[in-house]
Design a protein around this ligand. Structure first.
Ligand code: PLP
Length: 245
């Protein structure tokens, strides 16, 4: 059996490996956890554009999830691109049986930075109804937070609190899509604790930006898998992803 904690990433495959499952597995490896995956969709993409998306059959997704849970004691699950309500329902059904009471990090991937929809409207409803109630930590970027709030983010501290209260889970509002040289990530926990981490953009271009939200959520999952709390995980995740800050 695996000696390192096991982290499962559920999401889409990115052919250029900047985001999605491939990015998550690299982060897991770098942070010392054994990464497994269950794939919802195959994407043909590079940092500039997504040219094609092919859904993975639900039976295949279900079989991948069971293959991992049958063999491994999964310490933490992280979800990314879930595509639609049917894929979310498949994921939720397995997690509610086999991942009860363990950390679940949900990156509510909805639209790519190149503007392609990665979760349809029905999927958003299913996400709210079936996956969010199981979620430990939700990691929206500013665009996803705006969709969840129904308006633009005005104040990251206040709006992360509003999302935490509405959704009932901790919220890490990722600042990567904001303007300016200093990025602010705000963590609002369910006990009311708030942590704000600021870090400089480093060599920020389209390649570096693509998948940056996936990588932060994956790093949070890897640290939670090792038993760290949310605040410690955030500080350690930023330190590992942005080592020169
Ligand atoms: N493709 C996949 C498979 C993803 O999981 C994500 C984000 O999670 C994206 C694309 C979008 O990445 P970005 O918006 O950083 O380009």
């Amino acid at each position: 059996m695996e000696q390192h904690p096991v982290c499962l990433s559920i999401g889409g495959s990115d052919s250029c490996a900047g985001a999605g499952i491939q990015a998550d597995l690299r982060v897991f490896e770098a942070l010392g956890v054994h990464g497994c995956s269950a794939i919802t969709a195959l994407t043909a993409q590079n940092p500039a554009q997504i040219s094609r998306i092919e859904a993975v059959p639900l039976a295949q997704l279900d079989a991948e999830l069971h293959a991992v849970f049958d063999y491994y004691d999964v310490a933490c699950v992280k979800t990314g691109m879930l595509l639609d309500g049917e894929h979310i329902a498949t994921v939720s059904a397995v997690l509610s049986l086999l991942h009860k009471g363990k950390p679940l990090v949900v990156d509510p991937v909805m639209v790519s930075s190149s503007g392609v929809e990665l979760l349809d409207a029905g999927g958003r409803q299913t996400l709210l109804k079936s996956l969010i109630p199981m979620t430990t930590l939700l990691t929206p970027n500013l665009d996803e937070a705006a969709i969840l709030l129904g308006r633009d983010v005005e104040n990251a501290e206040k709006d992360s609190q509003i999302l935490m209260q509405q959704l009932g889970c901790a919220v890490l509002l990722k600042g990567g899509h904001a303007e300016g040289d200093v990025l602010r990530d705000v963590l609002y926990e369910t006990d009311g604790r708030i942590s704000v981490v600021e870090h400089r953009r480093q060599g920020w271009n389209r390649d570096a930006a693509h998948g940056s939200g996936c990588r932060l959520a994956a790093a949070m999952a890897a640290l939670l898998a090792q038993g760290e709390g949310l605040q410690t995980s955030l500080n350690a995740a930023i330190h590992r992803l942005f080592p020169n800050n």
